[in-house]
Design a protein around this ligand. Structure first.
Ligand code: AMP
Length: 559
């Protein structure tokens, strides 16, 4: 007997009705535990919020207006009713549930398999009229409560207080597996449905890396003084230059090559010159890399290279002027074998056994096997040498460490330029004066606290170009949460890098800190807000820059 969608809906309602994680988890686990394989896969994917798995690159591509039309038709409501309901709920699913009060015209109850078949068909259909007809046919069979979730899934906005990690936990509970194994299989396979089936069958360990479904990138923790490195882990240390370009995760399989940005977007078309050289490397693989330009053997500064970024298609002259080089510093998969759990030292060796044609290369890897006494001086020399090559500083990595996707740990340490900077999110903007009249040029910005809340830490005049300021003005006008006249509270989705001379305790901002002489160094469109610097990092910087008065780099630090 195929499972009915109504039971899935009852479970989703139970999840939505409680804020308690354990209750959500128990409801999910009870439900998932009684499904057969096909239904289990579909149900788990739907709980994760999408019609398809992450590995599946199909999209429904049903427009907002098509969805509203379908709700209007099914409910018999007027445009005004829909508008008013949307004002109340700000969620199309809740609108559908409120307005659809009559039983479905088509009495055949929806099974999970019907949904899966309908999503396949919608994704495979071209033309908005044909898609509309399919969405209408689906809603014709749905009750109001079913329509709530159909609208959420089709509209791409699930929001029922359920994170994918909770679905993973429920799967682990339902089939008596450990959470880490479930999470690992889901991360590799990029399909929570397949993961659930594997958990049931006891084959989680056999999960393979799904190509072209990018995984979170491992992040580094900043080190403020060289003496700090030895406190993080013991020798030997793997040291590489820190290249100041853009992060890229490269996937190759079956002759296809794709590059993904740090926000996991496909950016292959931005670097067309890298595709053929990558394709020329035999086999399948996933690489972690930095893309930048070199001129006369030196790295071109990021601000210069940035000129060819930010456009979907790069003009030929910019490509000729700033040809991209890809520096691959890690390998995460090779010919079907996931390598995440292997120690870095082994991954680094494997990476260096691949034939990399130019403009692909690997960083020069130094092994420093020194104790805490001699280490800072050796790192200081390496730092200066890296800066001499036009690079930003150093990455110091633990050779024993696995690759931890999406995590910032102590196994990768970054030693940056002496200029103190923080990556922050813009929370409010203000109209400028004089030359900056008519543009939003003053930014207030925040770091993240332990609970992930934004805490303001400073305010600065924009140091951006006129064009950037004009563009950002438009962006902020469109993303204003509250217009207070001079000041606008904005959606905190813009990440900037700010430099400053000192951080001091102060009650001016709710972080309890304030910056002296803050300057906006650059926009960081490549960095999601979830990855901005933390209040904890800012506090450490405050103690460091506070002592010694001037706040300038001291001799033991990085020159
Ligand atoms: P940040 O963007 O300042 O948080 O520093 C971490 C970034 O450094 C990574 O996201 C990479 O884009 C970049 N990076 C440059 N060189 C390396 C390297 N050798 N190893 C790892 N990351 C690197």
């Amino acid at each position: 007997m195929p499972a009915l969608f109504a039971e899935w809906v009852a479970t989703a309602d139970a999840v939505r009705a409680t804020t308690k994680k354990l209750e959500k988890q128990a409801a999910l686990a009870r439900y998932l535990g009684r499904l057969d394989d096909d239904d289990l896969a579909i149900a788990a994917r739907l709980f994760a919020g999408g019609p398809f798995s992450r590995a599946d690159q199909r999209v429904l591509a049903v427009g907002w207006s098509a969805l509203i039309d379908a709700i209007r038709e099914r409910s018999g409501a007027h445009g005004d009713d829909i508008g008013a309901s949307y004002q109340r709920h700000a969620d199309l699913g809740d609108v559908a549930a409120e307005l659809i009060t009559t039983p479905p015209a088509d009495p055949r109850p929806l099974a999970l398999r019907d949904l899966a078949a309908a999503f396949d068909e919608i994704a495979g259909t071209r033309g908005s009229n044909a898609k509309r007809a399919l969405v209408r046919a689906l809603l014709a069979r749905a009750t109001g409560s079913e329509a709530r979730y159909l609208a959420k899934i089709v509209g791409g906005d699930m929001r029922i207080g359920l994170r994918e990690s909770l679905v993973e936990e429920a799967i682990a509970k339902a089939f008596g597996r450990d959470r880490e194994s479930v999470a690992r299989a889901n991360m590799l396979g990029a399909d929570v449905g397949e993961t659930a089936v594997r958990a049931k069958a006891g084959t989680l360990e056999a999960a393979v890396f799904a190509h072209f479904a990018p995984i979170g990138m491992m992040l580094a923790t900043p080190v403020l003084e060289l003496t700090e490195v030895a406190k993080r882990f013991g020798p030997p240390y793997l040291v590489e230059d820190k290249y100041d370009g853009v992060r890229a995760q490269v996937h190759k399989a079956g002759g296809r090559v794709e590059l993904f940005s740090r926000t996991l977007d496909r950016v292959t078309d931005r670097f067309p010159e890298l595709v053929e050289p990558l394709r020329a490397i035999p086999g399948s693989f996933v690489l972690d890399a930095e893309v930048l330009a070199f001129r006369d053997g030196r790295a071109v500064p990021f601000t210069v290279f940035a000129r060819r970024l930010g456009r979907k298609v790069v003009a030929a002259d910019l490509r000729a002027e700033l040809p991209a080089t890809l520096v691959a510093f890690d390998i995460l998969e090779h010919d079907g074998t996931p390598l995440l759990d292997r120690p870095l030292q082994e991954r680094a060796r494997l990476l260096r056994s691949l034939p990399l044609p130019p403009p692909l290369r690997v960083p020069d890897l130094r092994v420093i096997d020194l104790g805490p006494e001699e280490l800072p001086a050796a790192l200081d020399r390496e730092f200066a040498a890296s800066r001499g090559r036009g690079n930003e500083g150093l990455m110091v990595k633990d050779p024993r460490s696995p690759y931890r996707p999406g995590r910032r740990g102590m196994e990768w340490l970054k030693v940056k330029r002496p200029l103190r900077t923080l990556d922050v999110a813009v929370t409010a903007v203000e109209w400028g004066h004089g030359k900056r009249r008519g543009v939003l040029s003053d930014y207030t910005f925040a770091v993240r606290d332990e609970e992930g809340r934004l805490r303001n830490i400073g305010k600065a005049y924009s140091g951006l170009t006129d064009r950037e300021i004009a563009e950002m003005t438009e962006h902020f006008l469109a993303h204003t949460v509250e217009d207070l006249g001079r000041v606008r509270i904005v959606v905190p989705d813009t990440v900037i890098e700010v430099a400053f001379d000192q951080l001091q305790p102060s009650d001016r901002h709710d972080s309890g800190l304030a910056m002296r002489f803050p300057r906006i160094v650059r926009l960081r469109p490549d960095k999601p807000v979830s990855e901005i610097d933390t209040l904890a990092t800012a506090r450490t910087l405050a103690t460091k820059t506070g002592e010694g008065g001037s706040g300038s780099a001291r001799p033991t630090e990085l020159r």
